[in-house]
Design a protein around this ligand. Structure first.
Ligand SMILES: [Cu+2]
Length: 162
């Protein structure tokens, strides 16, 4: 099962490569409940050459920031980043509890299955900016990424997540 998934991922990456310098995988957003004004969006970004994510735009939210969550003593704190560096060839994962795109002043409730449009603004090492549009699929509040089928046999136990 895992091999099939990997093959699909690679096929997608190869087709996306022709038009998009930064590989964006598994973009998703957390669905909201009524009257919730903010949520997070997550994805995996891999840039072939050093690039920075400098801005995210969306018609779904009034204010969008790139956030980092870090443990400060015993307290998890979020802070806004001006830019998110993407080192060459190194995947940068935005995930719950870590880096995320913070969508605030939401225009409407985000329901599971909704495709949240995001425009990622990147800046290359040459200072030139380019954009890529992605759709983040909304998943229910509290839902985690699906567990990999079949496990990975490395013996690290439940705490080891990929
Ligand atoms: Cu945040």
């Amino acid at each position: 099962m895992k091999n099939i998934f990997l093959a699909c991922t690679l096929a997608f990456a190869a087709s996306a490569w022709a038009q998009s310098p930064v590989q964006v995988q598994d973009a998703w957003a957390r669905a909201t409940v009524a009257n919730q004004s903010a949520t997070g969006a997550f994805m995996k970004l891999t840039a072939p050459v050093a690039t920075r994510l400098v801005e995210v735009r969306s018609t779904a939210a009034g204010i969008i920031e790139i956030h980092e969550m870090k443990l400060d003593g015993d307290v998890m704190r979020m802070r806004a980043l001006d830019t998110l560096p993407l080192p060459a060839g190194q995947p940068v994962e935005l995930k719950p509890g870590g880096l995320h795109v913070m969508l605030m002043d939401l225009k409407a409730q985000v329901k599971p299955g909704d495709a949240v449009p995001l425009t990622l603004v990147f800046e290359g090492a040459d200072g030139k900016r380019f954009t890529q549009d992605v759709k983040a699929t909304a998943r229910a509040l509290g839902a985690q990424a699906p567990a990999p089928a079949g496990g990975h046999g490395s013996g690290h136990g439940a705490g080891h997540k990929h």
